[in-house]
Ligand binder design. Structure first.
Ligand SMILES: Nc1ncnc2c1ncn2[C@@H]1O[C@H](COP(=O)(O)OP(=O)(O)OP(=O)(O)O)[C@@H](O)[C@H]1O
Length: 248
């Protein structure tokens, strides 16, 4: 079951140094939000704040009717948050089966469902985590988050470093997941075109604050905003100033 996620006037950062300053956002149950912006504006910091992994100075974070901001990270995870981390963080000495088994919690998604979603992963189920390609690791990272049966899925740059054919696989999987379970999701992504295609709403961050929020479809048409706030050129590619991923 999906739940709404709200962040109100959040100020957070690393130790005493605030990165996010008074940020607010609300994602309705079953909806998806793309979080966009140039390098270093605070996108990953927002995900880490929601998970309780960095210092929160003020503000509130609410999942359904549960206040999270005073809860320890493991309690937040148990309350229904799951992260697909940028570095994937697969357990290297466990097999694919074992990586899924250690994360499994009761609910709609099991290892069988993950293998249906990603047939190549099924063929690798007895391989160790460090014997997988980058694409297979990303499939496993997504599968591992899903088998926790979360209310909210937090995705940190899931397409980074993947070959186009694997990007297509992950995009299709995310669409299938949303169709099947209507998960609430937050997608941090530099591939703005893809992010806007597969989400309902979008938010642009700049210097730790939200500078635009609205429908993803509407933002896809606003080349002026994409240029000025994210640094995309007329073709949709990110300019050098815009990102470290300009060559991808
Ligand atoms: N562990 C850390 N300690 C101190 N400052 C950090 C730490 N991690 C990130 N920062 C700083 O916080 C700011 C926001 O970083 P964050 O990783 O959230 O940006 P981002 O928008 O996700 O960037 P990118 O698109 O490059 O991943 C940056 O100025 C960064 O240098």
């Amino acid at each position: 079951m999906s739940k709404p996620l709200s962040v109100e006037a959040l100020t957070s950062g690393y130790g005493d140094v605030p990165i996010l300053t008074g940020l607010s956002m609300r994602i309705e149950a079953g909806s998806s939000m793309a979080v966009l912006g140039r390098n270093g504006v605070g996108k990953t910091t927002l995900l880490l704040s929601i998970l309780g992994l960095i210092t929160q100075h003020s503000g509130s974070i609410t999942l359904g009717d549960l206040r999270l901001e005073r809860m320890l990270p493991f309690r937040r995870a148990r309350s229904g948050l799951a992260l697909v981390p940028q570095e994937r963080e697969i357990f290297p000495s466990l097999t694919v089966d074992e990586n899924l088994a250690v994360a499994q919690r009761h609910g709609q998604w099991s290892a069988t469902d993950i293998y249906e979603l990603f047939p190549p992963l099924a063929r690798r189920r007895r391989n160790l985590g460090d014997r997988l390609s980058g694409g297979e690791q990303q499939m496993l990272a997504l599968g591992r988050a899903l088998v926790t049966n979360p209310h909210v899925l937090l995705l940190d740059e899931p397409f980074e470093g993947l070959a186009p054919v694997i990007v297509d696989v992950i995009v299709e999987a995310l669409q299938a997941v949303r169709k099947r379970s209507g998960l609430t999701s937050v997608l941090v992504e530099h591939r703005t075109d893809l992010a806007l295609e597969i989400t309902e709403r979008a938010m642009i961050l700049d210097h730790g604050a939200a500078v635009w929020e609205g429908a993803s479809q509407a933002l896809a048409l606003r080349t002026d905003l994409l240029a000025s706030l994210i640094g995309l050129d007329a073709t949709g590619a990110e300019t050098k100033q815009g990102t470290k991923h300009a060559a991808v």
